[in-house]
Design a protein around this ligand. Structure first.
Ligand code: UDP
Length: 329
């Protein structure tokens, strides 16, 4: 199979490209390198630098390559940034996907797997969250991802395209080789920020609120290893290749950890006392997000293999120790 990975120089995209190549698949990567890194592109992938909002560019990729399916990660993904720059999210996430779909329809490429998010649910009515639960995003990031899902739905009705939407919970960890990992600039995710303390780059980790209705007052999240997410994308491509219908799946471990528990596990893994200070809540953070991934398990046959929190943090720690400034030299 030849798979086009859009955003394959980013965090989850690069890990998915690595897994595809390890399985012997042919991989084409497109990335505008706005938030992705050239160093994260697998050396065996054919790489095209460009933007999916550029119709001529994306047409030229489909003209040159014989693509069997697309995996689409090319989007902006920071909740906080989306609150202050909503139109950037509408432009890149929605306009980019519109141009992509027009080009796919014209080139008769009819299978796509794409990154959605737990942020499509907003404040959940209950946990664990099912795919059929209410979707009411509380930020433009989640809103644009939900709109992307709807754009795929209506395009599939009109043009026969088939899609799988994967709603991730908290992606974390790094590739076993230690050669690719999480690198955001600025970093806003909990585990990389915690590990900046033992790495000597930050004095303390801030805990955003300890007065939530949870067992220790800090927010609960479902942390899922990036390699397990990558495997789910491959299973979703296979699912579409077999001729199955469009579908939506949650991806998480189904286990929630509080911010305090993640800090404690990081102390164990690194052997560092990791100073923590409590600060006010961050706007827009739901108290508890935990996935039910039963559907992905039963329909796709997905089985997360790195569910242990300490193992996840160990893999992240290997990456951050060896790449304290991410991909920067
Ligand atoms: N968090 C925190 N301190 C930080 C960064 C994050 O307490 O410096 C908390 C945040 O409030 C949330 C959890 O850690 O409850 C995970 O946040 P992250 O930004 O990693 O992912 P999100 O859940 O927003 O997708």
């Amino acid at each position: 199979m030849t798979i086009l990975v859009l955003g394959g120089a980013g965090y989850i995209g690069s890990h998915t490209a690595y897994e595809l190549i390890e399985r012997g698949e042919d991989v084409v990567i497109v990335d505008n390198l706005e938030t992705g890194y050239k160093e994260a592109v697998h050396p065996k992938a054919r790489f095209y630098q460009g933007d999916i909002r550029n119709r001529e560019f994306i047409d030229s990729v489909f003209d040159c390559e014989k693509i069997d399916a697309v995996i689409h990660f090319a989007a902006n993904s920071l909740v906080g940034e989306s609150m202050v720059k909503p139109l950037k999210y509408y432009d890149n996430n929605l306009c980019g996907t519109k141009v992509l779909l027009e080009s796919m329809v014209e080139h008769k490429i009819d299978k796509i797997v794409f990154s959605s998010t737990a942020a499509t649910y907003g404040e959940p009515e209950r946990v664990p969250i099912l795919e059929t639960d209410r979707t009411m995003p509380t930020n433009p990031y989640g809103e644009t991802k939900l709109s992307m899902e709807k754009m795929f739905h209506w395009t599939s009705m009109a043009h026969g395209l088939k899609y799988v939407s994967l709603r991730y919970f908290n992606a974390c960890g790094a590739h076993k080789s230690g050669s690719i990992g999480e690198a955001h600039n600025p970093e806003s995710h909990l585990i990389p920020l915690i590990l900046q303390v033992p790495n000597g780059q930050r004095e303390a980790i801030s805990i955003f609120g300890d007065d939530y209705d949870t067992k220790d007052g800090t927010c609960v999240r479902d942390y899922i290893h990036v390699t397990d997410l990558a495997q789910a994308h491959i299973l979703a491509v296979e699912y579409l290749m077999k001729g199955n219908e469009s579908n939506i799946f949650n991806l998480g471990n189904g286990i929630g950890f509080t911010v305090q528990e993640v800090i404690e596990a990081s102390r164990k893994v690194t052997g560092d006392p990791i100073k923590a200070v409590t600060v006010p809540r961050r706007a827009g953070d739901p108290a508890k997000l935990i996935a039910s991934s039963e559907k992905a398990k039963s329909v796709l046959g997905w089985k997360p293999e790195h569910a242990d929190l300490e193992e996840i943090i160990e893999s992240a720690w290997r990456w951050h120790q060896s790449h304290p400034r991410g991909y920067a030299k």
